[in-house]
Design a protein around this ligand. Sequence first.
Ligand SMILES: [Fe+2]
Ligand SMILES: [Fe+2]
Length: 342
Amino acid sequence: MSQTKERLADKMEFPPETQQPNVFPLSWHTQTRKLQEVWEAALRENWDPEKLPWDTLDVESYSWEEREAIGYWWTLLSVFDASAPPVFAQALIKTYEVHEEDPARKCFFSVTRDEQNHEIMCGLAIRKMLGHPDPLTYQPKTDLGRRLQKNAKWLYYNGGRYWNGYKQAVPKYSLAVLFSSFLMGEIAAATIFKQMYENTREAVFKEGFRHIGRDEGRHMAICMAVMERDYPKLATEDKALVTKQIRAGYLFLSAVLFEPPMDFWDLPADFIPNQREAEEVARGAGFGIPTYEAKLQNWRQAMLNMKGVLDRYGIAFPAIPEVGITGEEITEVDMADIIPVF
Ligand SMILES: [Fe+2]
Ligand SMILES: [Fe+2]
C-alpha cells in the first residue's frame, strides 16, 4: 500500500461522504411502475437475430441489382443502429451516475441490448445480400451498386460526426432533455418497421422486422414514462433545449425515416435520386420499404403525436415546414449539437 495515501478508517468511525456523481448507486428504488413493466416485457420478448430462419433465404433468387439495393437499405439502417449500442451504453452509465431508479437503469440496459440486436441483424442481412461483411469495402457488381456504395460512404462520413458532441452533451443534460428527441424517433420507427413487416415477402426479413418493431415500441414506452415523470418539473431553460432537440432529431432521423435534409446532411446532389432508385428496385423484389408518400405521412403523424405530448407540458414545438407543421422557428442546428437516438 502506498505510504502517501492517508488512511481514514483509523481516524473516524464512518467514512466521508462519497463525492457525487459517483458511478454506483447502492439503492434499488422503484418510482415508476411502468418502467418495471417495460423491463419485464423486454425479458419476455428477447430474441436472437442469428437464430432467425436464415437458411430459408435464397440469395440466388435475387438479381445483383436487387441484392445491392436491399443490402443498401440495411446499410442505411446500420448507420443509425450500429452507433446506437455505444450511444445507449453511455446513457446507461449516466443512469448509474445520477442514481436513477432501479427500473430506469434496467430499461436503458434493455435498449442497449435491443439496439445491438438491431445492429447484428443489419450485419447478417448485409453479409447475406452482398456476400461480404462490410458495405464500404465491398466490390459492387452493378452500376446502381457503385452509386449506392458512394451513398453509403457519405452516410458513414456524416454519421461519424456527432459522437464527440454527444459525449460532451451526456454529462451536461438530464435524461429528460437528452432523450427528448428519442420519442419522436421511436414513434416513427415503431410504425415504419410495422409497415416493413407487413410489406416484406422474404420470411427472414419479415421476422426481423417483427422483432425490431416490437423493440422500438418498448423504447417508445420508456420515453413516455420518463417524460411523464420528469416534464412536469422541467426548468424553463430546459424546455427551450427540448424544443431545439426535437428539431435536431427531425433533421437527423429524417435520413432513415424519411429523406435526408440537404442543409443538415452533407451529401452529394445525386444522393436522393440514387436512393429512390434503389428503393424502387428493392420494393420490386418484395422488400417492403414504404413509399415516399407513406414515409411522409408516417413521419408527420409521429411529429403530431409528439407535439401532443409537448403541448401537455407547455413545451413549444419547433416548426417542421418540411412536413407542414408550424411552430417555433429553430435555425442553425449542426451535427455537433445533436443527441442521436434511435
Ligand atoms: Fe433500433
Ligand atoms: Fe430504438
